[in-house]
Each structure stands twice: as structure tokens, then as C-alpha cells.
Design a protein around this ligand. Sequence first.
Ligand SMILES: *Cc1c(COP(=O)(O)O)cnc(C)c1O
Length: 387
Amino acid sequence: MLTTPIPLSDLDYGPDEEAAVLRVLRGKWLSMGPEVQAFESEMSEFLDAKHAFAVSSGTAALHLAYLALGIGAGDEVIQPAINFVAAANTTVAVGATPVFADIVGLDEPTIDPEAVERLISPQARAVVVMHYGGYPGRLAQLSEICARHRLALVEDACHAIGARYLDPSQRPPHGAQAGTVGDVGCFSFFSNKNMAMGEGGLVVTNRDDLAERLRLLRSHGMTSLTWDRHTGHAVGYDVVAHGYNYRLDELHAALGRCQWRKLPGNNARRRELVAMYRQALSRLEGWLIPFADYPGESACHLSVVVAPDTDTRDCAVQHLRSVGIQTSLHYPCIPGFGAFHRFATDGIDRCLAFASRAITLPLFPTMTTDHVDETCRQLALAAGQHD
Ligand SMILES: *Cc1c(COP(=O)(O)O)cnc(C)c1O
């Protein structure tokens, strides 16, 4: 057992976050107000997205994306089988059917554009790309396919705040920020994400028609906000759509603004740590580290290795746990979950292989070189390859 265990992730919180919360408490306005407004304009400028709406979670962002696009009963949403369950759950929540596609490969666990193209039926309405671990998926090909078949492209960019898509042959959207290429982009600021607020999210779009729907549906379909009425900008309101309460509050927005100021430094630190991991683990025979020759700029949300087989993976996880190094799996295949058996499908062999062999290792900006060295040393021991 290590003297101090190494967690999977940890917060970079300090005096800035404490001061931000106090600032809100002393201002005595807790629901959507000046902090949310400032956060939204900072994010819209940073991402170069025309519209950015702060919401209560990444899941709320995905739900609003589908609702704004008018996706509902009878529609199909093509999406990767390797993803957090939120994009699939919200697909079912709007009455649509998730259609699960394979990933490109074990070295690139994002949705395979060729698999997407094979799965397009007359019912297909949208494609979801999830930028696994912070590495943007194949956006040039996916955008082209969606345009050709008149499908919406939704980006689940919950891992990827600050990531940039760079195309190998410089085709558009070469250079774009993750989350701003599709019709709608969704971000999460859950505690373990690159920008952590506890709970929180953001939904972005460059389309004015979708922006209006997102704004209304976030807050009950009401035409004015409490803050607008408080500041005298509005007196009454109408309800023009059947919306939700997916608003973000001032405390979370204030935390988000601190975390955003730290994002460039923290993403750069994550990149350094991932480079160290890559170097140390490249010596492991039979093991693979995804995105080895990745052309883009990752947000480096996760550090993932793929074991030679499932037994070796399970033994390694067991050993790391026994010495106090926390690991995780991103993710089990969604059609394997009980509630998704009815959407089970063939043709996701690469997803199944990935889910049975991947390990997510500790990665967080306050992690030290010693943490990386120790994790790699213990993994090599578990793999029987320690020199
Ligand atoms: C975290 C996450 C979500 C959901 O975000 P919440 O803020 O937890 O609702 C969705 N998709 C991916 C890929 C995520 O990592």
C-alpha cells in the first residue's frame, strides 16, 4: 500500500474559488444573474460560439439539444456505444431510439464515420459524436456525412472543453474548438471534469433558431427571467413552450469562472502528464495507449491504456487497487446495461473489445511526476514487465 493513495481525479480549488463563493453570498442574489451572464459571455467568446447557455448539467445540455432540434418519437439518434450513458438516456427521454455505432478502433475510441454511414435509415435524425478523453472525433467526415444526409450533428464535448480539432489534411473545421462544429455542443462541469463546479453544464450553438429554443426550454418556456424582471428589464412574461428548469445558479457560475481562468494552465499540465504516461508506458509489451499519433489538440481529460486481454486488465486493476491507486473504466458498452438491452445490436465489436481491455489511470492537474512514475511502476509490476 502506498503511503498516500493516488485518486483517479482531484480538484484544483483554492483561495480564488473561496473568494468567488463569498462574493456571491455577499451579493445576495443566488439564481441566474450577473455571474451566469458573465460566465456565458466568457464561454461564448472563448469557444468562439455565437450562443452559449449555462445549464445545470451536461445531461441537461444534451436533453435540451435534442429538444431544440425537435427530435422525438419515431426518430433515431446514431451514437457511440462507448460513452457515458447520458446521451443515450436523454435520447430515450425525448421518445427517440438510440442506434449504437462502433468506434474507429482501440487506438481511437471515438465514433466511426463509416459505421455511422451504414446505420443511416429513413428514421435517422441526428448523430452524436463524443470526444473521448478530450480528443475530438473525426469532425470533418462526420460533418460531411450529416450535411449529405440532412442529419443534425450533436457534440457530446463533456470531456473536451478547450480541445481543438486539427484535420490531417486541413479540411474544415480545421482549428475549431470542440463543441462548436456540430449544430449543438454540450459540455459538463461535474466535479471530475476539466472545469469543475460540482454540477453544471453549457450548451452552445451558432444557429439562431436553435438558440431561441434552447433559451426558452432551459427556463420553463418563459419569455423573461426573474433577473430581467428584478432589474426592471421586463414586467411580465408569456409561456410559449413546454420547458424545464435547467438553469445554473450564481454560486456554480462563479466557481466556473475561476476554473475557466485556470483551464489553459491546467489543460497544459494534463498534456505534460499524459506525455509522461505515454513515454513510461510505451515500454509495456502488448499494451496500447490510444491516440498515439493524434493530430489535434486534446483537452487530455483521461489517461487510458488498453491491456493485451481482459484477464491482464482485471489483474492490473486489482493490483493497482491493492496498492491504493484508483482506476476506472470509461466506459462499459451502453447496450450491455439492463435498460438498454432492447437497443442491443451487432457490429460494435471494437467497442466490446475496448470496454473489456481499457483502464483509466489517475489524471488531474495537481498530480505530481512521482504520482505518474509510481502508477506506471505499479502497472508494469502487475503486467509482469518490471525491469
Ligand atoms: C460527465 C459526462 C456527461 C454528463 O454530464 P453531467 O454534468 O454529469 O450530467 C455526459 N457525457 C459525457 C461524455 C460525460 O463525461
